[in-house]
Structures are given as structure tokens and as C-alpha cells.
Design a protein around this ligand. Structure first.
Ligand code: COA
Ligand code: AMP
Length: 632
């Protein structure tokens, strides 16, 4: 039996014993009374244990003699700046900002929203919250003010920490007006903020409301006070991260302290093959789960060196940017989204940029966030000459459900598959009635309860929604909302979503949320948003619009304003560009729009005429419209 099979079996024979052992690599103030069990109606890990995530990320490495080792590297081609923090230095910065938080009356359990671009201060603020037991909620900078306002109302923060601006290659993104607008829009009134002034855009601060990051941190350092880590329960929340649901209301995924530390620490060695002292790089954003787990918490828990990169795969300055960073910092394992690789492949198909750099430190590339297409994987393998590992996970799980775990054993690669279930996950494929399907048949991909440490124990303030959304359709199983199959060797293949979520450039977006916005336009009688195939971004949203009869403005004006509306409400990250006017939408006899059929027509896939369709002729009309629009 190979190592993977042995380890997976050791977990399935004794899940509690497996995670009890893994917990030995974390420092606890008091051990768990129960490794896994039910608490207040929720399935929880390490019940009764006390710990501190920041202590485990920083202090314990300093105590173990790693104080001078580089903990964090900031590399920002968009501002032409670089900075490194040793574990000693990062701890000092985090302690100072934790004092600032305390000065703002933030205590254990209070929520703090962090609305920041890819600057080290974002990670410092996260760790400072963890140090004092406050619960952070990071909001991605590509979201517009109404999205931020929704999150403010849901998690009711006492404080928002933001930056004056973010930097996109084409423009400066001014955060302060978005922040002010969001505070205005939200019902929950946030009384204070801390603003990091970036040189690219210094903004006026409101007296008595906006604190200046640098001034507050300088004062905290001068006070020479210390800020010891505050013990919290393993089951206390560390953070809330909002992710797209099937409606316009995002879901607040809760992450606990104890299970999260154990799972991420385990994954750094077993999955990413990274030990203390080695360099790991996840080219994502702190606003996404990948940034939480593998820019900030995972590498630091392991005592590794992590990189925070404020740039793009191409254009900052060219398609060699990733290879330059790998060479400069001797990165061993590198994690990014397939879309980034498709962008590089498009620009540097022959791999000329790759050849310019010394990649001798580089041992493995990890891809996740969307389906990794075999062409991209093969291109990366051919040019990089390292294993290219596709792995599958979600914001909800916080770490990989399926992977090829290089730290345990490299399993043979099957293109198009993120390989096999990780210990902790009993992955099954069920039909719509909940019966298991045979190997090779596509169905609903589910995970048997209980979920392992690190996965969400609940949604913020929404235990009931949590139960309904994830566990109602398949009793005893977590519903991933992905469709796929297991082959006869136990390899998993993820093929599509079963809900209205689409994946655009590795970003998870709700088409339902876009429809809600479009339908508020006075000229729109009805609409459907679908995700269609896109060579670079995987998918892109398009809106099919039925207009009212009595129009006061031209189609072009309406289409331009629909694009702007989605940008203003969700943000530029929605990448909503195209609306197509149609006369009718195909529906079932009960009035449900046949979105899956629309998508198949747009993607040029075969489809069966839905037996419940009201008027099949509409599909012919739609095909003709797609042809005229150049979609097919
Ligand atoms: N703040 C503000 N705006 C942002 C933003 C941020 N942090 N991130 C993206 N945007 C904006 C972009 O500027 C763009 O705006 P535009 O419509 O004015 O051009 C829009 O959101 C769409 O961005 P994106 O989908 O990222 O497309 P792009 O054309 O700018 O870049 C790639 C294409 C492939 C280079 C880019 O998507 C990429 O690097 N993807 C990697 C994705 C990733 O790391 N995902 C994390 C999951 S692991
Ligand atoms: P997010 O919560 O933003 O990380 O998005 C999670 C969703 O992205 C999953 O439910 C899948 O639909 C998709 N996804 C993530 N990783 C993969 C992968 N390796 N292969 C296929 N789909 C993936």
C-alpha cells in the first residue's frame, strides 16, 4: 500500500485519533476536552481547548529561534517597492497594531472589517485581530461600496481598517470614497476607521472618525507597552469571509481558531511539501480564501517564508513576473489560479520568459480556484519541468478536499482531475435522489459529515441557513454544489456547478446577484445571466435581456448602463461586459428559465431538448441571436 493509501486509511479508520495527532504540532494553552463533537447544535473540533492563532503564527517561531528568519516578503511591481519582515519584525508590527486595536476599544469577539489591497499591513491587521481574539472580515478591493455595505450590516464591525487606495495596472483604485459610501449605505453605523495612507493617493481624513495608521502605530510603539496574545477557545471564530451565494446576499463563512490551525499546519507539509524555513508563494489576494489560508496563516503556522505579491501575472511588467519572483526569493512551492497561467501562456507561448530565470529552487506548481484545463497543465509541465498539481477546494472548506499530496506521495497525474480525496474528506457522488452513482457517472459531489477541522462550522449569525444550504438536499452529507464524477481508481473529476455560481478568472460570482441588479433597470422586463466559456478567464457573464415596450432611450444606452450598474453594485471584479437583447427566454412550463440549456447553446455543447420546455421554438431564436452576436 502506498503512503497516500496508508495515511488516508489511518484517517478513515480513526478520524478523531488522526486529528488528535495532527493537533500535537500546534501549541495550546489547554488541551481539548473532546476532539470532535457537538456543541450548541454544531459539529465542532477541539471542544474546550484554548489557544491563540497569532501566537502559533509568530511568537512560537521566535521562541524556537526563528526570529531572524524572513517571515514575510512584500514584492510590489505596481509601486516598484519591496520589503522583508523577519519573524521578530513581523511580531513587533503585529503587536503594535494589536495595541492600536485595543486603543480603539476592540476586544475579544468584536468584528473588524479589513478593506485593503495587497499590502503587508493587511496581513498585519489580520494577525493583530487574531492576537486579541477579535474577528476579522477581509473584503476584497475589487468589490464596490454596496457589497462592502452588505458585509458591514451582516457582521456589524466596531472598526474598519482600510487603505487610501489600491493599485491596478491601469488605474489607482480610490478606496476612501468607496468606504465612505459604504458606511453611509449601511444600516449598522461604524463609528471609527483606521486608514493606511499610501503615497499614491493621500486622502483627507475625517476628524474623530478616521485614524491614521502610521501615526497610531508610531504612538503604540513609543508607548513601549506589550500586547500578549489573548487565549481564545478553539471553537471561537478567527474570521468571517463572505462568499457568493445563490442570491445577492453573500454568505459569511466562519472559520474557527483551533481546527483551522491544525488543518492548515497539516496541509503545509502533506499537501504543499513545505517545511519551516522554506519559501512558499500563493499568488492570490488576501481578499480571497487562498490569501487567508496560504498567503497568511498556513505558511506562518509552519514557520515558512510567505510572499505577498502586489502585481499581475502579465503586464507588471511582463509575462516573466512570476519567474522573476520565484528566482529572487528561491520559491519552492508556488500556488496560483489556472487563469493566470492561461494569461501567461497567451503572451509567452514559447516560454521565452521562463528560460530567462533560474528556477532551480522551484519544485511544484499548484493550481486551484477553477477547473485546470489539461492544455494549460501540459503547457506548464513542458516549460517548467515540475509537477503541476491541480487541487480542488472552496471558501467553505478553507483547504483542499482533493489533491495530489506531494508531501505524502506523488500519485500518478490524470489530466483534468484534482486527484484524490484528502484525509478528512469522504467524497462521494450521489444522484439527485441521494443514491450513490457508479464510477464514471456524473452526479452531485458531496462530503460525508462531519467535515474535517478547518472547514466552516457555520455561517455567521445563520445556523439555520447553514443547515439548509449545505445539508438539506443530501441527508448526512455536505453539498459542495459541484457536479463531477469519481473514476474506477478513485480520482475525482469536477465538471460544473449545480447552482448559479460562475467562475470568472478564478473569482466566484453569483449570476443570481447580477440578475437582481439588472432587473432593477426600468427598461428591463426580464433577464437571465449565464456564464459562457472564455479562453482566458474560464467563464464570463453575459446577460440576456428582454426590454419593456415603451423605451425612452436607445438599446445601446441601456446596455451601457446595465454594465455600469453591475460595476457600481458588485464591482469591477464581476467583469460584466455584455448584454444581449432577446425577444423571449426559454422556460419550463412552470416558468423557470432554462439557464443550463442557454449556457450549452452559447458554449456550442450538445444539449437534450428539456422535456418540460414550454416553447422549443425559442431555442432556435436564441441560437440565431447568439450567432448574430458572434457568441457561436
Ligand atoms: N481592486 C480593484 N479592482 C480590481 C481588483 C482589485 N483588487 N482586482 C481586479 N480588479 C478589476 C480589474 O482592474 C478589472 O477592471 P477593468 O474592468 O476596469 O479592467 C476587473 O476587476 C476584472 O479583473 P480580472 O477579472 O482580474 O481581469 P484582468 O483583465 O484585470 O486580469 C488576469 C486578468 C488573468 C491577469 C487576472 O484575472 C489574474 O491575475 N487572475 C488570477 C486570479 C486569482 O489569483 N484568483 C484568486 C483565486 S486563487
Ligand atoms: P471559491 O469558494 O471561490 O474558492 O470557489 C470554489 C469553487 O471553485 C468550487 O466549488 C469549484 O466550483 C471551483 N473550483 C475550485 N477549485 C477547482 C478545481 N481544482 N477544479 C475545478 N473546479 C474548482
Amino acid at each position: 500500500m502506498g503512503n497516500y493509501n496508508l495515511i488516508y486509511k489511518s484517517w478513515s479508520n480513526d478520524p478523531t485519533g488522526f486529528w488528535q495527532d495532527a493537533a500535537k504540532l500546534i501549541d495550546w494553552y489547554t488541551p481539548a476536552e473532546q476532539v470532535q463533537g457537538e456543541l450548541d447544535g454544531l459539529e465542532r473540533w477541539y471542544i474546550g481547548a484554548t489557544c491563540n492563532t497569532c501566537y502559533n503564527c509568530l511568537d512560537r517561531h521566535v521562541i524556537a529561534g526563528r526570529g531572524e528568519q524572513v517571515a514575510f516578503i512584500y514584492d510590489s511591481p505596481v509601486t516598484n517597492s519591496k520589503k522583508q519582515y523577519s519573524y521578530n519584525e513581523l511580531l513587533a508590527e503585529v503587536e503594535a497594531f494589536a495595541l492600536v486595536l485595543q486603543g480603539q476599544n476592540i476586544t475579544k469577539g468584536d468584528r473588524v472589517i479589513i478593506y485593503m489591497p495587497m499590502v503587508p499591513e493587511a496581513a498585519i491587521a489580520m494577525l493583530a485581530c487574531a492576537r486579541i481574539g477579535a474577528v476579522h472580515s477581509v473584503v476584497f478591493g475589487g468589490f464596490a461600496a454596496p457589497e462592502l455595505a452588505t458585509r458591514i450590516d451582516d457582521c456589524t464591525p466596531k472598526l474598519i481598517v482600510a487603505a487610501s487606495c489600491g493599485i491596478e495596472p491601469s488605474r489607482i483604485v480610490e478606496y476612501k470614497p468607496l468606504l465612505d459610501q459604504a458606511i453611509q449605505l449601511a444600516n449598522h453605523k461604524v463609528k471609527s476607521t483606521v486608514i493606511l495612507q499610501r503615497q499614491q493617493k493621500i486622502v483627507p481624513l475625517i476628524d474623530g472618525v478616521d485614524g491614521d495608521w502610521q501615526q497610531l502605530v508610531d504612538a503604540a510603539k513609543q508607548s513601549e507597552k506589550s500586547c500578549p496574545p489573548v487565549p481564545v477557545l478553539a471553537t471561537d471564530p478567527l474570521y468571517i469571509l463572505y462568499t457568493s451565494g445563490t442570491t445577492g446576499t453573500p454568505k459569511g463563512v466562519v472559520r474557527d481558531n483551533g481546527g483551522h490551525m491544525v488543518a492548515l499546519n497539516w496541509s503545509m507539509g502533506a499537501i504543499y511539501n513545505i517545511q519551516a524555513g522554506e519559501v512558499f508563494w500563493a499568488a492570490s489576494d488576501v481578499g480571497w480564501v487562498v490569501g487567508h489560508s496560504y498567503i497568511v496563516y498556513g505558511p506562518l503556522l509552519q514557520g515558512a517564508t510567505s510572499i505577498l505579491y502586489e502585481g499581475k501575472p502579465i503586464g507588471t511588467p511582463d509575462a516573466g513576473a512570476f519567474w522573476r519572483v520565484i528566482e529572487d526569493y528561491k520559491v519552492k512551492s508556488f500556488f496560483t489560479a489556472p487563469t493566470a497561467f492561461r494569461a501567461i501562456k497567451k503572451e509567452d507561448f514559447g516560454g521565452k520568459q521562463i528560460a530567462k530565470y533560474d528556477l532551480s529552487s522551484f519544485k511544484a506548481l499548484y493550481l486551484a480556484g477553477e477547473r485546470a484545463d489539461p492544455d494549460t497543465i501540459k503547457w506548464a509541465e513542458q516549460h517548467l519541468k515540475v509537477p503541476v498539481i491541480d487541487h480542488w477546494w472552496q471558501t467553505e472548506t478553507g483547504w483542499a478536499m482533493a489533491c495530489n499530496p506531494l508531501g505524502i506521495e506523488q500519485l500518478p497525474i490524470k489530466y483534468g482531475s484534482p486527484t484524490k480525496a484528502m484525509p478528512g474528506y469522504d467524497i462521494q457522488v450521489l444522484d439527485d435522489e441521494g443514491a450513490p452513482v457508479v464510477a464514471g457517472i456524473t452526479g452531485n459531489v458531496v462530503v460525508k459529515r462531519p467535515l474535517p477541522p478547518g472547514c466552516l462550522p457555520t455561517l455567521w449569525n445563520a445556523n439555520q441557513v447553514f443547515e439548509e444550504k449545505y445539508f438539506e438536499n443530501f441527508s448526512g452529507y455536505y453539498e459542495t454544489s459541484d457536479a463531477g464524477y469519481l473514476d474506477e481508481d478513485g480520482y475525482l473529476f469536477i465538471m460544473a456547478r449545480t447552482d448559479d455560481i460562475i467562475n470568472v478568472a478564478g473569482h466566484r460570482l453569483s449570476t443570481g446577484a447580477m440578475e437582481e441588479i439588472l432587473s432593477t433597470h426600468e427598461a428591463v422586463a426580464e433577464c437571465a445571466v449565464i456564464g459562457i466559456k472564455d479562453k482566458l478567464k474560464g467563464q464570463e457573464p453575459i446577460g440576456l435581456i428582454i426590454l419593456n415596450n415603451d423605451l425612452k432611450v436607445s438599446h445601446d444606452e441601456i446596455i451601457a448602463s446595465l454594465k455600469q450598474m453591475v460595476r457600481d453594485v458588485i464591482g469591477p471584479v464581476a467583469a460584466y461586459k455584455q448584454s444581449i437583447v432577446v425577444a423571449r427566454l426559454p422556460k419550463t412550463r412552470s416558468g423557470k428559465i432554462l439557464r443550463a440549456t442557454l449556457r450549452k447553446i452559447a458554449d456550442g455543447e450538445d444539449f437534450k431538448m428539456p422535456p418540460t420546455i414550454d416553447d422549443p421554438e425559442i431555442l432556435t431564436e436564441i441560437s440565431a441571436t447568439f450567432k448574430r452576436a458572434g457568441i457561436i
